[in-house]
Design a protein around this ligand. Structure first.
Ligand SMILES: [Zn+2]
Length: 145
């Protein structure tokens, strides 16, 4: 199977739409040591397409942890919940930052399931968020929308 190649125009559209941040953990691309990926919200192996509406800008680890999942267990209720979908869901409805902006808190079953599945509060990421805050570059300090 040949790999689909996005055009430069499509790549720029995805980057701009995401405000150059991981659409899940909100880490800014320009501060990441790692490559960002075009993550298929509905996985190709499950019939998802390369349509830009099915593509999210994702940091390497969020993409790796999401893998082919579209749902996971809400750690609070134990029930299966849909994972956060950047095209259909509002981030602020499902997540919020703690007071020092280092930890993402799930507000809904989707938020909690996504945080757990994607490991969105991994220790290295919490430390990196501390650095972003001290640098004035945390996404919550730089809302453009
Ligand atoms: Zn991420």
């Amino acid at each position: 199977m040949s790999r689909y190649v996005f055009t430069e125009e499509q790549k720029l559209a995805v980057l701009r739409r995401a405000n150059y941040q991981c659409e899940y953990c909100k880490f800014p691309k320009d501060f990441s040591h790692d490559h960002f990926h075009f993550e298929h919200i509905f996985p190709l192996v499950k019939g998802g397409t390369n349509d830009l509406e099915n593509v999210a800008l994702s940091c390497y680890t969020c993409n790796l942890k999401k893998w082919i999942f579209t749902e996971s267990k809400d750690p609070e209720s134990g029930e299966t919940a849909n994972l956060y979908n950047p095209r259909n869901n509002d981030w602020e409805k499902h997540f919020k930052w703690n007071d020092d902006l280092t930890v993402i808190i799930g507000l809904t079953s989707t938020g909690r399931a996504t945080i757990q599945q994607l490991d969105m509060n991994r220790p290295g990421l919490i430390n990196a968020r501390k650095a972003l805050v001290s640098h004035g570059a945390h996404p919550a300090q730089n809302k453009i929308t």
